[in-house]
Design a protein around this ligand. Sequence first.
Ligand code: GLV
Ligand code: MN
Length: 195
Amino acid sequence: SDPDPLQDFCVADLQSTASINGFPCKPQSTVNSSDFFFSGFTKEGNTSNPFGAIVTPGNVLSFPGLNTLGISMNRVDFAPGGLNPPHSHPRASESGVVIQGKLLVGFITTGNVFYSKVLGPGEMFVIPRGLVHFQKNVGEGKALAFTAFNSQLSGAVVAAPNLFGATPAVPNNVLAQAFQIDDSLVNQIKSKFMP
Ligand code: GLV
Ligand code: MN
């Protein structure tokens, strides 16, 4: 859903201090083949974190050749039981394919309807733009998926750290009222997500 390109390519100059929507192009004379290939997905991500899952982004920030082209991908690795926690992408729909393992993939609509399925290798899913979704490894071993987006930088709002780990902090009384819980439980959840 990004704007259309106005030229063949515009390899991002990520160092530029120019303030524009996106990134300016680096000089054409400095562009070479390496700008259009990305080896960041060749290695398994390190899933040693509380969620047991890790996203390796192939977006304009890691792969500047994607600038202005309106697409990007992620590699997502899961330890057994690992969860890519509930999140949404403000600027893109997402599609994905499971390469290895067994993933429970689900999203929730604006009307709070939950759609989900357990997918195996070769099976594909779609997450409509902006909707909250997750993937959980429900198989015995590791799992691996690749995802794709119609944006060079889809953005990700991860629900729990967004609300409970914001800087500066969202007031406790707001979170207590929103989730209908008491102050001590807010503090308990905040303690897991505060940076
Ligand atoms: C998975 O949901 C991803 O955003 O890569
Ligand atoms: Mn996603």
